[in-house]
Design a protein around this ligand. Sequence first.
Ligand SMILES: C[S@@+](CC[C@H](N)C(=O)[O-])C[C@H]1O[C@@H](n2cnc3c(N)ncnc32)[C@H](O)[C@@H]1O
Length: 322
Amino acid sequence: MRSKSEKNKTIDLTVEEGRQYLDQCVPAEDVSASLKSVMDRVILGDPFRALPKLPPAFADLLIVDPPYNLTKDYGGEEFRKMSPEDYAGFTRRWLDLARPLLKKDASVYVCCDWKTGILLGPILEEYFTIRSRITWQREKGRGAGSNWKNGLEDIWFATVSDDYTFHVDAVRQRRQVLAPYREDGRPKDWEETADGRFRDTCPSNFWDDISVPYWSMAENTAHPAQKPEKLLAKLILASSDEGDVVLDPFLGSGTTAVTAKKLNRHFVGIERSEQCCVWAQKRLEMAAADPTIQGYADGVFWERNTGMLQKQARRGSKTKEK
Ligand SMILES: C[S@@+](CC[C@H](N)C(=O)[O-])C[C@H]1O[C@@H](n2cnc3c(N)ncnc32)[C@H](O)[C@@H]1O
């Protein structure tokens, strides 16, 4: 067991410590064309071997956070930086396998950094209709002496056809109103509450309200590229309905699966690292006991650092339910 401060909630179970979680995964060799056998399960193994075994046209939403084209260790499995041509080939390989698994009205999100994004955009366009590119200002980034610190990631949003789900009202962002405008003495397009003045705005494709998971957050794991549940919640709420199936072939620490479960969607996740699968299963267990998503409360997404207000909102909605 690694030693850490009491307030540090990072999930960093080793494979040995989490053996029981590994046993809950479906080995890639056992995947069959029956959706039932993989529904709400984490498949342990190479996505390039598991994807061809899955049934056609089952997924309503594809969320892909592939290894970016950088050398990185993901839970004991290394991804090595490739030439742009090879990375393009790697991308086409998973797209060829994932595309037939999507329903006609499915949506697709693909995460990338700016450099990988240059390559990915034109390739995605060969397979889908690109609708937008979301830019997430993730705040944390490594300082660089001879370049701008990279504080952004991009997420391509695409659809299989022109028929697709998009629930803008499910992903409104609650912003504090700094210059409250009134008409006839009444708030114009904002709300006055005991906790302050707010406006629930339509989200744009620039996201500046989401932090990278850090050590004091219950969702945090030792995965080096973990996405925040708040980010996945926006994608899932906007582009699926309750009961829909979300597919993630590069599941990592399980964020897509955990967030789908918390939002009453089904999931199929694939991850080749045993270590990552242990963290994903541990988080799925935790999600069953606590389905809250940090930064999303009372049906709206809150700005960064508004934790107290969110807690009040949650208490308020519980009181209303009584
Ligand atoms: C960017 S991470 C996904 C992180 C995930 N979204 C999360 O929130 O934890 C990409 C994942 O793909 C897996 N992976 C890396 N290279 C791979 C490869 N060549 N084939 C299959 N999976 C790979 C890694 O194990 C890693 O966990």
